[in-house]
Design a protein around this ligand. Structure first.
Ligand SMILES: [Zn+2]
Length: 253
């Protein structure tokens, strides 16, 4: 299995990161992909990647919740990192209208700018949306010239939204929300095209059942795979085989 979205460089893991990575490997999680957030997260992310070079791979991008009035200068610094280091994706980027709409215009500008980096660098994008799937799809439709690929991470939308995302050539990242009893995903997951599904945790957030509310970690991606298998009445190895295939098509690991 591959955890395609894990913030194990966060301070929540400072006291036991070795154990967290060991438990992931014991659980059959071979790779852990690290999405960047802002300027502050770059150093701990790259240190974590360097500490576990066989397991961790970094992305580079500016998260929409960290877009503010300084967005142009921040994007310049983030962009300069692509010349200094190999990244597997532009991420995480996107639109978040849940927390704060103050910088909506700046969020859109940052998203489009980073989509263009992805075209220039021939990298996939890892997209964060919250209360913004429609806005994000509208922007993506304008920018999709056939060369963009990527994933809507932490997908918790409807079957129709999943289809709209897939029609644009984009994948769905399923995580802990898929296991929540009131998440509504039990009605959605049986109808998804599995050729567009990849697994993630988004740790330390959104721990799957039965760890809901506690710190999440990459080993728990197996609980997400098991939940998908249960909802689709298939063996778990069918889920891990197809999601691994999808990850290897999307990312150059
Ligand atoms: Zn994230």
């Amino acid at each position: 299995m591959i955890d395609t979205h894990a913030h194990i460089y966060a301070s929540e893991f400072d006291h036991d990161r070795d154990d967290v990575v060991r438990r992931a490997l014991e659980q059959g999680v071979e790779k852990i992909l690290l999405p960047n957030i802002d300027l502050e997260s770059i150093e701990p992310m790259l240190k974590t990647e360097a500490a576990y070079p066989e397991v961790c791979r970094s992305m580079m991008g500016l998260h929409p919740c960290y877009v503010d009035g300084n967005v142009k200068q921040t994007l310049d610094v983030i962009h300069s990192w692509f010349d200094k280091h190999n990244f597997i994706a532009v991420g995480e980027i996107g639109i978040d209208l849940y927390w704060d709409k103050t910088y909506k215009a700046e969020q859109e500008m940052a998203f489009i700018t980073q989509l263009n980096w992805a075209k220039e660098k021939k990298l996939p994008v890892v997209i964060h949306t919250r209360d913004s799937i429609e806005e994000t799809l509208t922007l993506l439709r304008k920018e999709q010239d056939g060369s963009l690929s990527g994933v809507f991470h932490c997908f918790g939308g409807s079957v129709e939204e999943a289809k709209a995302i897939n029609d644009l050539g984009f994948h769905l990242g399923l995580g802990g929300v898929s296991t929540f009893k009131n998440g509504g995903m039990d009605k959605v997951i049986p109808h998804l095209d599995m050729n567009y599904v990849i697994l993630e945790t988004d740790c330390p957030y959104l721990a799957p059942v039965p760890h809901r509310g506690k710190r999440n970690e990459p080993a728990y991606v197996s609980l997400v795979a098991q939940r998908i298998a249960d909802l689709r009445s298939c063996p778990i190895n069918e889920v891990t085989t197809v999601t691994n295939k999808n990850v290897n098509q999307l990312f150059l690991l």
